[in-house]
Ligand binder design. Sequence first.
Ligand code: TRP
Ligand code: ZN
Length: 501
Amino acid sequence: MSTHRLPSLLAATITPARVRAGRSISAVICAVAVGAATACAPSEGAVTPSPAAAVASASPGAGASNSTVGAPGIGDPDFPTDGNGGYDVQHYDLRLSYDPTSRKLAGTATIEATAAQDLTSFDLDLHGLTVSRVTVDGGAASFSRSKDELVIEPGRQISNGARFAVTVDYSGVPEPMRDSANLGEYGFISTPDGAFVTCEPNGAKTWFPSNDHPSDKATYDFRITVPAGLTAIANGEMAGTPQTNAGKTTFVWREKHPMASYLATMTTGKFQVRTGTSAKGLPIYAAVADSFHGSLDQLYTQTAKITDYWSSVFGPYPFSSTGGVIDDYAAGYALENQTKPIYGGFSPAPTIIAHELAHQWFGDSLTIKRWRDLWLNEGFATYAEWLWAEHTGQYTADSAFRRYYANAADPMWSYPPGTARADDLFSAAVYNRGAMTLHALRREIGDDKFFPLIRAWTDAHRYGNVTTQEFISMAELISGKNLKALFDAWLYEPKRPAPIP
Ligand code: TRP
Ligand code: ZN
């Protein structure tokens, strides 16, 4: 849409996807060796609430270990108020209706969680919107708003270890996040016929109250009502046929595998849909805005083919369906929404589809515990583009690596991708130098260790949360090599590493 300002930083960083959409390098092939997955690296504990988050709390004593006040942040050192402490969400049940004309969203969110401490108060994340009522386990709860925190005080204390359900009734015109972390616009973005909903890193709170941080994954039920004639697309699979009554249609979607909040969507508009199954038998849902009707078959076919191929390289596909959505909102970027990546206003080249579908393993099934480890998503997805290019005879990963390496003036050499910066999270360094890290690793340990490592990685941490240290440990375990110097040079040093052999 013409009104959209592509933020300079997003343009400079997310642009990889955009630029690459039109780019082609040249070619060769690679035999992707696949081996048995083994071994599992020890996993670190959950993110612990940071002192910063505790300090940010309105209540005296919050953050102390004996406090009954859930922290307003989950403990991500770079995003201290994202997510919340004191509980772990298992499930979101979202009942929403959206009217594109008034741009009004109205909903009831029920969040099932387990207390991780005694709680007299806890937070959900919510950006704007008006809350009319909150209940906890059916009893009225009082609540207040403070910036993007919805602070809830249940009528009675919740005991450590107890399961509880909090229900929030709310409505209003959603406002996307703007210029947070130099990311431009993301979250719930209204369009003339619906909404384009892309939430990385913390835009889920623009449309539902949540523990909006990737370290707390949960399953989702969506029941979305929109004017008849429109399609509402969420994650997972549709449960039953959409029902139309009195000029409105309700779509029921269910994601039964754990999902990070930033991967949730309720993209809405006029869509043409094609469904079916891939050669390997996986259900596919492809949808395109009317103006992209000519791209539907290609989106469908490539998505099927690439998902099947990645399952032979990365390990079994983690979810129950695959797919993709092309909306006519000209975001210029794509997002790996779980089971259905979304492409914002362009017909994606196969390498971009390969990138977003690789994220289904790297990002969606294996989800980072904190944002500074983002190269585990973007480095892997970018490397997957190179692998797809090799597989289809366009260019080799090695040639891509050497082309980037040759440019001594590339700003990525001063940005160590192992510590993604909150103010420049989606830097090209995280994408390209992250991918180069994997290539340097592959050259060091050989294909006969590298590809089994990747499969062991996706197997050991399927549906879980991961850290860079866990990846390094597993790489050392499987290769039998000390890889500290390699990872230090590629991930953590602010300079161009020595050439690889
Ligand atoms: N993860 C996306 C990709 O590389 C890029 C991205 C980051 C994004 N933040 C976003 C896309 C917000 C849409 C909205 O494919
Ligand atoms: Zn990506």
